[in-house]
Design a protein around this ligand. Structure first.
Ligand code: NAD
Length: 494
């Protein structure tokens, strides 16, 4: 990837697009569309179909029909694998086009997007394609006069609701294992980041996925997402997004067919720096990257910095230096380290959190403002707030923006107490030269993933999922497959 290649793609007109139902592009049943606004400059990029309840129902019916007639679920595993491998290949072949389209839609800096979006999505699809014919059922250790078989069957129709921060990567985390196991899927991309994911769905069809197996409906969560949640014909619902929506999805399931609901929600992840941090400047740079990349719109972002009092001032100074060295700007420029905030609504919410932090006694050491307003885009300076108390809003509520709250601690016990003092438990980090302490902290912090002397960056071989109000179930790794299968026992008298 070089700047000239990006520049050739950055202002190509984006044609309006419809849903994908039964392998066809279709308009909303009432013809309604919605504008897609680029966070880079606030301009209207294109329009997508504003889905209706009827559209969602049509997509679910198409998925159900495709599942029941076995066009995918009944296909030999080796044939399914071939289609998915071809899909991964097409995503890679179109990686730059997909990445640039996605960045124009959601604002992630291109250096991150190229790896995290098409790069990671292709890797994920390939991982599950390769796995699908290596997953066996079981023979139970019964007495000799019976045979107990455990079959692993697809669940049927999977509904997948995707957020806007990494649509292709997170989309693939759901689509890869769901399709690999023979399910049919209905996808609901986020309002403010649908274009690259929809294009990825086109490529699945180009790769030979039969029509109806993967349908995608754009539009508002409160309309089409709700219709999916309330459907009597969706068997499993998988979701990444906010806790508020996650809670609603559980209610929808309870009010309809009690579908299984798997939630990947937000976090308020503690990055814990002990005075014996191996390399203070390096740790500060990684800590800054761990909160500010993608403008803080990363579910595992290390948004709470817990620093041992002895090095508090020195460490904060190093983080501020690292933050101020990160260029905020047009996410399509390769020199940009922090791109645009996804939407004006999100930018306003971020600024509101900074005001609240100040009113609660926090001190803004750097950032705190909207910048580059003249571009028409939604940019925010990386923000560091010190003196954040355990009760403060900045400790307790997820911002999902480039805002780092700093709290100091005096010993290991206090660090653990602070780390565990929120309703979340998605990620965390500990920096220390003491191996025993590192292991103790990994055990003691209640979270789905704990980093040691690094932050962020885990590949597809390990699971990602939260505890507490960060969610349930796991994306990535072979563990994710459990969400997309039913176990069926055959008990055979011999
Ligand atoms: P959101 O919950 O508003 O939206 C996520 C998706 O849910 C969108 O597709 C939206 O259209 C849909 N939706 C909204 N209301 C709905 C409803 N009533 N019924 C059904 N669907 C509905 O969240 P967001 O603002 O798009 O995403 C940011 C949040 O996601 C943050 O809180 C972040 O931490 C979380 N997140 C978590 C992870 C993770 O892996 N745990 C990853 C990325 C983002």
């Amino acid at each position: 990837m070089d700047q000239t290649q990006i520049d050739a793609l950055r202002s190509i007109p984006v044609p309006p697009r419809g849903h994908i139902i039964d392998g066809q592009s279709v308009a909303a049943s009432d013809g309604a569309t919605m504008d897609i606004v680029s966070p880079i400059d606030g301009s209207v990029l294109t329009q997508v179909a504003r889905g209706t309840v009827a559209d969602m129902q049509a997509a679910i019916a198409s998925a159900r029909a495709s599942f029941e007639d076995g066009r995918w679920s009944g296909m030999p595993p080796a044939a399914r694998k071939k289609v998915l491998l071809k899909w991964a290949e097409l995503i890679e072949a179109n990686a730059l086009e997909l990445a640039v389209l996605g960045v124009r839609d959601n604002g992630t800096e291109i250096n991150m997007a190229i790896k995290a979006e098409p790069g990671s999505a292709a890797g994920t699809i390939r991982y599950y394609a390769e796995a699908l014919d290596k997953i066996y059922g079981e023979i139970a250790p019964t007495s000799a006069d019976v045979l107990g078989l455990v079959h692993k069957e697809p669940v049927g129709v999977v509904g997948a609701i995707i957020p806007w921060n990494f649509p292709m990567m997170i989309g693939a985390w759901k689509l890869g294992p769901a399709l690999a196991m023979g399910n049919s899927v209905v996808l609901k991309p986020a309002e403010t980041a649908s274009l690259s994911l929809m294009r990825m769905v086109d490529l699945a069809h180009e790769a030979g996925l039969p029509p109806g197996v993967l349908n995608a409906v754009t539009g508002e969560g409160a309309v089409v997402g709700e219709a999916m949640g309330l459907s009597m014909d969706v068997d499993v619902l998988v979701f990444t997004g906010s806790g508020g929506t996650g809670r609603r999805l559980m209610e929808y399931a309870a009010r309809s067919n009690m579908k299984r609901v798997y939630l990947e929600l937000g976090g308020k992840s503690p990055n814990i720096i002990f005075a014996d941090v191996p390399n203070l400047d390096e740790a500060a740079k990684v800590a800054a990257g761990g909160i500010f990349r993608n403008a803080g719109q990363v579910c595992v972002a290390g948004s709470r910095l817990l620093v041992e009092a002895a090095i508090h001032d020195e460490f904060v100074a190093a983080v501020v230096k690292a933050a101020e060295a990160m260029t905020v700007g047009n996410p399509l420029d390769m020199t940009t380290a922090i791109g645009a905030v996804n939407s004006e609504v999100q930018l306003r919410a971020n600024l509101g959190f900074v005001d609240t932090a100040k009113s609660e006694g926090g001190e803004v050491i750097t950032g705190g403002d909207r910048i580059l307003q003249e571009t028409g885009g939604y940019y925010m300076a990386p923000t560091v707030v010190t003196g954040v108390t355990p009760e403060a809003t900045l400790t307790q509520k997820e911002v999902f923006g480039p805002v780092l709250g700093v709290t100091s601690f005096t010993d290991e016990a206090e660090a653990i107490r602070l780390a565990n003092a929120t309703v979340y438990g998605l990620a965390g980090g500990v920096w220390t030269s003491n191996l025993s302490r590192a292991h103790r902290m990994v055990k003691a912090v209640r979270t789905g993933v704990m980093h040691v002397n690094t932050y962020g960056g885990a590949d597809g071989t390990v699971p990602l999922g939260g505890v507490g109000q960060s969610g349930n179930g796991h994306d990535k790794s072979l563990h994710a497959i459990e969400k997309y299968i039913n176990l069926k026992t055959a008990w055979i008298k011999l």
